[in-house]
Design a protein around this ligand. Structure first.
Ligand SMILES: [Zn+2]
Length: 655
């Protein structure tokens, strides 16, 4: 059974189903041009405009498609077109006069037609034929650092041409959806989205973490054996640190490699960790240029090289970032020129922000916090979708898009700034245009859009303190001071460490690492040392919760906060004692802000599904973002990623 869809006023609508025997000429035409990623991305094939061979063939197909849009004078997307083929003897054959006695076949056909019409009348509740066709393309858009409350606080200024109003009005909105691991950073968040697993399993415990074996801090996507294509001098990058498979990895397995899986973002970790180890490609920005890793391929696809050479990423040089709307339409949280803001060098704290010259080193940082970088990412995503021919055949494809500039903007200016507000309005418009581009590319074929985020954000602590929220900047003081307190407590129980100044090896990412190979910490003493450190931590006024590795290994069934810490704890990678700061106690000095706590301002993000067969509505039940993975898998008829830890979201898969 196949169903056709047409977009009416921007919404999906089932218009009918055809018989299994009916051939779909437009689909056959598309299949005929599929040649796999290697042929389509071969750089030699691109001319100076970035166009490739096969355009003539596409043009022929287009003509064929035009021809099939009307058959026998009946528009293809009309229910009558479907009826015409499903019941040709009844509807088409000329019968000037009914015979006195109808044949049995005729009666059966008439009864079937009546039942079918009845079904249509009560669709979708009663008609099994209304089951939606599976999406051919899944587009997951993660807006980096995008708390759910932005959809509400800024809603009055969203544009009818943007995406957010359309999603909120017509999509399936999970309004109480949270990241459920404690340390809500970009790496763990993006890894959880499409593995459905937590740092405890996927191993991405932070953006960077201290590696005891090498005594070095490693990046979540660093890999010395996978150089960046086009910049051998830069450190290598790959998904090898990701320990759990993604939705995309399973798609590659189940489709014998025919499904295409791509990621594109400003940040490497967003593009890589959403797509996984088996992806066809992940692309990110490095020095204002699109790059990839030799892990995926030895060259950059022609369509991205063309963008690099076009200089589009430098087109803001010397220009301004002005407010999109009248100043009076913005929330008035504080003066634009606020001392709590920490803009990139030379960008200023108030509107309009002026970009440096193209050859100025300051330009890259300024461009990356601006909405124009999002426009550039979405342009790259659009080209990728078109040139890789995503969604064009029966094998479902996956495109993961990471809008990282929202995060950089939020860190610099804080969530109550004019900059974040303006960035959100512009992101809305850009995503609206992007969705229209995907609609045009898919040309009526079903596709699924998922909008979400890797984490939220805390307000700048000085601004929050000014609003009497009990906030505190730099809440633990200097690491040396905290370490001195821990050392003093351990010294009361253990002799001086052997060959070292302290039993504390590292304090990083809300974790204390102990020198556990010290003779004095052998056996039960190691557990005792962890407990001593934990007790020192919970005595600090800014610490909300602290737990030892033993606490966390046994944490299932305990409080939500302990469970979130347990999900954040990886037995080989994490420290010995983990802790959580009090709400609004933020690790910044005076300016800017950050995220990384299990409090709602950091965990609460949108999760919205939009596409054929997805019922519109709002679900207020508390859910976890990691449920995205098994839910998308279910929607595309694939097994869920093996380590995924959450239930499928029932409302989204009810079809
Ligand atoms: Zn992030």
């Amino acid at each position: 059974m196949r169903c056709f869809y047409s977009r009416r006023s921007g919404s999906w609508a089932t218009v009918g189903c055809c018989s299994p025997g009916m051939r779909n000429p437009s689909r056959e035409c598309e299949n005929s041009v599929r040649r796999g990623p290697s042929a389509l991305t071969r750089p030699r094939a691109a001319n100076k405009h970035g166009e490739r061979g096969g355009e003539g063939r596409n043009a022929k197909c287009k003509m064929k498609n035009e021809k099939y849009r009307t058959i026998h004078g009946i528009p293809k997307h009309s229910p009558f077109f479907i009826l015409h083929f499903a019941f040709p003897p009844v509807l088409v054959r000329a019968r000037p006069q009914e015979p006195p006695e109808m044949s049995l076949r005729h009666r059966v056909l008439q009864a079937a037609l009546a039942a079918w019409m009845l079904c249509l009348a009560f669709w979708p509740a009663t008609c099994p034929a209304a089951a939606a066709e599976k999406p051919r393309l899944v587009v997951v858009v993660s807006i980096d650092q995008f708390p759910f409350e932005y959809l509400e606080r800024f809603r009055h200024n969203f544009s009818p041409d943007g995406l957010f109003l359309e999603l909120v009005d017509k999509g399936l909105v999970y309004s109480n959806c949270h990241h459920a691991h404690a340390f809500t950073f970009t790496g763990p968040g993006h890894a959880s989205l499409l593995t459905g697993a937590y740092p405890a399993t996927h191993g991405i415990i932070a953006n960077e973490w201290y590696d005891r074996a090498t005594d070095k801090t490693i990046n979540c996507v660093s890999d010395k054996d996978a150089a960046i294509v086009g910049d051998d001098a830069a450190g290598g990058i790959s998904p090898r640190n990701l320990l759990a498979p993604t939705v995309g990895d399973v798609m590659k397995l189940e489709s014998a490699g025919r499904s295409k899986v791509f990621g594109i973002a400003l940040k490497d970790r967003a593009a890589i960790l959403m797509t996984g180890r088996a992806a066809d490609g992940a692309f990110w920005m490095h020095k204002n240029m699109w790059v990839t890793s030799k892990y995926y391929r030895s060259d950059l696809p022609g369509y991205l090289r063309v963008l690099n050479e076009s200089g589009v990423a430098k087109q803001q040089a010397g220009k301004e970032w002005p407010l999109l709307l009248d100043r009076a339409k913005y929330a008035d949280h504080r003066p634009d020129n606020s001392p709590v803001e920490n803009p990139p060098d030379g960008f200023g704290r108030d509107f309009p922000h002026k970009f440096a010259a193209a050859d100025d080193k300051k330009y890259e940082g300024q461009f990356n916090v601006s909405p124009f970088a999002n426009e550039y990412i979405l342009l790259g995503a659009e080209r990728l979708m078109q040139y890789e021919q995503l969604g064009r055949d029966e094998h479902v494809d996956l495109l993961c898009v990471g809008l990282s500039p929202n995060d950089l903007c939020g860190h610099a200016f804080d969530p109550y700034s004019l900059e974040v507000e303006d960035m959100t309005y512009r992101t809305d418009l850009m995503l609206g245009a992007f969705k229209r581009a995907v609609d045009a590319h898919m040309d009526g074929r079903p596709w699924l859009l998922v909008l979400t985020s890797d984490h939220g954000i805390a307000p700048n602590p000085l601004f929050a303190a000014d609003r009497r929220l009990g906030a505190k900047a730099d809440p633990l003081g200097k690491k040396d001071e905290l370490q001195a307190k821990i050392d003093a407590a351990l010294a009361r129980r253990f002799p001086a460490p052997f060959g070292a100044k302290s039993y504390v090896q590292k304090i990083e990412n809300h974790q204390v690492f102990l020198l556990r190979d010290q003779p004095a910490l052998a056996g039960e003493n190691y557990v005792t040392a962890q407990q001593i450190v934990r007790d020192v931590l919970v005595e600090q006024p800014s610490v909300a919760v602290a737990a030892t590795r033993n606490d966390l290994i046994a944490a299932n069934g305990q409080t939500d906060i302990l469970r979130s810490l347990a999900r954040a704890f990886h037995a080989r990678r994490s420290g010995d004692v983990l802790f959580v700061m009090q709400p609004y106690h933020v690790h910044v000095d005076k300016t800017g802000t950050t995220h990384g706590a299990p409090w709602r301002y950091d965990t609460h993000v949108p999760l919205i599904f939009y596409g054929p067969g997805i019922e519109r509505g709002t679900v207020d039940r508390k859910t976890h973002v990691a449920a995205l993975a098994p839910t998308v898998s279910r929607l595309i008829g694939m097994p869920a990623p093996p380590a995924s830890d959450e239930e499928t979201l029932g409302e989204a898969v009810r079809r």
